[in-house]
Design a protein around this ligand. Structure first.
Ligand code: BMA
Length: 347
C-alpha cells in the first residue's frame, strides 16, 4: 500500500476488497444518506437505494468541495453531518470514498480550467501556502470523524483526489498541467497527508476519465508507490452516445493493469443522468461489467448523486427503472450493505 504504516483497519479493508473483487462487485452511491430525489433529512437512516431495494449501498461516496471555507459542501451537505454519516457507515461495515471538487486557487471553482494552477500550488508556486491550508482542513476533517477513537482506529477512507484528469473540464485536467506537474502534485499530497499530517487511514485512488489504452491510462500515473486503487470514471459509454462494450473494453484495461501491479480496480463513477433506459441496471451497467471475466473483477461501481428528478444517477422507488434496479441488486455477485455485513459477520 501507499502507506506502509496504514492502520490495521485500513489494511484490513484493502485486503477485504481484494478478496471480494474476483467474485463480487460492491454497489456504491454518491451522497446516499444525505439526500435523495424529493427528500433531504440529516437524521434519518434513509437512502433512495434502500427505499428502492431494501438495503443501503455498500459503498458511500462523499464530496468535500468547499471544505474549510463553508459549513456546507458544494452539494449542500453539512460537513458535521457528513462526518457522522461516515462514522455510521464505518461502524456498519460499509465503505467510504471521498472526492474533492476543489476550487481553483487562482480564482473560480473546480471547473474554472485554464490557468496554470497545478504549477502554482506546487512547493515553489505562489499559491502553495493556500494549498497546504486546504490539506490542513482536509486533515482536520478526517481526524474529526471519530475524535474519540484516535488516529489508529480512524475509519479508513478511499481518497480519490484530482479525478478525471484525462478530461479538460477541471483545472487539474491534462490540458492545464504537464505530466510532471500532475505527478508532483499527487506525490506532494500523499507525502504531506501521510508524513506531515500523520494520516494513516487513507487508501489512495487514481481515477482518470475514459481512456483508450494502457499507455493512455498510465500517462499521468503517479507511480505504484503512490496509488492503491486504479479507478475509472466513465459516463460516456453508458449514456446516449456510448456503447456498453466500450466500457467493458476499458474496464479490462484497468483491471489487467491493477492485477499486474497487485492492486485493486474500480469503476469509481458512472451513470446515465435520469436513468433513461428502463433496464439500464441489468442491460447496460451489469451486462458491461459481467460481459468479460477480467472486467468483472472490479471491486466496486459507484453511481453519482440523486439531486432531483432530472439530475440523478441512482434509483428511487417511483422511477421506471426501479424493478430493474431490484433485479440488478438481487444478483449474487452484487453486494449492498446487508450483504457485506453477512460476509463480515455471518450469522
Ligand atoms: C457534478 C454535479 C454537480 C455537483 C458536482 C460535485 O457531477 O453533480 O451538481 O456539484 O458533481 O459533486
Amino acid at each position: 500500500m501507499v502507506d506502509p504504516n496504514a492502520s490495521e483497519a485500513t489494511k484490513s479493508l484493502y485486503e477485504r476488497l481484494r478478496n471480494l473483487a474476483p467474485s463480487h462487485t460492491l454497489f456504491g452511491h454518491q451522497d446516499a444518506l444525505a439526500y435523495g430525489v424529493d427528500w433531504k433529512d440529516w437524521h434519518q437512516d434513509r437512502s433512495d437505494v434502500k427505499d428502492t431495494c431494501g438495503q443501503h449501498p455498500a459503498v458511500f461516496g462523499w464530496e468535500i468541495g468547499h471544505l474549510g471555507r463553508k459549513q456546507l459542501s458544494i452539494d449542500d451537505v453539512d460537513f458535521h453531518h457528513m462526518q457522522a454519516w461516515i462514522r455510521q457507515v464505518y461502524l456498519a461495515g460499509g465503505v467510504n470514498t471521498i472526492s474533492w471538487h476543489l476550487d481553483n486557487f487562482l480564482g473560480g471553482d473546480a471547473w474554472a480550467a485554464g490557468p496554470p494552477t497545478v504549477n502554482a500550488i506546487l512547493p515553489e508556486g505562489q499559491k502553495h501556502t493556500d494549498y497546504r491550508a486546504a490539506l490542513d482542513a482536509f486533515a482536520d476533517f478526517v481526524t474529526g470523524i471519530c475524535p474519540s477513537l484516535g488516529q489508529a482506529e480512524a475509519p479508513p477512507l478511499i481518497f480519490r483526489p484530482f479525478h478525471e484528469h484525462t478530461g479538460h473540464w477541471f483545472w487539474w485536467g491534462k490540458p492545464h498541467a504537464s505530466r510532471r506537474e500532475y505527478i508532483a502534485l499527487w506525490r506532494f499530497t500523499v507525502r504531506y497527508l501521510r508524513d506531515q499530517k500523520g494520516l494513516h487511514n487513507l487508501i489512495w485512488c487514481y481515477s482518470p476519465d475514459i481512456i483508450e489504452s494502457e499507455e493512455h491510462y498510465l500517462d499521468y500515473y503517479p507511480g505504484d508507490e503512490y496509488v492503491d486503487v486504479l479507478g475509472l470514471d466513465d459516463y460516456h459509454d453508458l449514456g446516449r452516445l456510448g456503447r456498453a462494450s466500450e466500457l467493458t473494453r476499458r474496464l479490462r484495461i484497468v483491471v489487467a493493469l491493477a492485477e499486474a501491479k497487485g492492486k485493486l480496480a474500480a469503476l469509481t463513477e458512472t451513470g446515465n443522468e435520469g436513468v433513461k433506459h428502463k433496464k439500464w441496471w441489468t442491460e447496460k451497467l451489469w451486462s458491461s461489467i459481467s460481459a468479460d471475466p477480467i472486467a468483472s473483477r472490479i471491486a466496486w461501481v459507484l453511481v453519482w448523486r440523486n439531486a432531483n428528478h432530472k439530475h440523478h444517477f441512482g434509483p428511487y422507488p417511483d422511477h421506471p427503472s426501479a424493478d430493474d434496479f431490484r433485479a440488478f441488486t438481487a444478483k449474487k455477485e452484487v453486494l449492498l450493505l446487508d450483504d457485506l455485513q453477512q460476509i463480515i459477520h455471518p450469522t
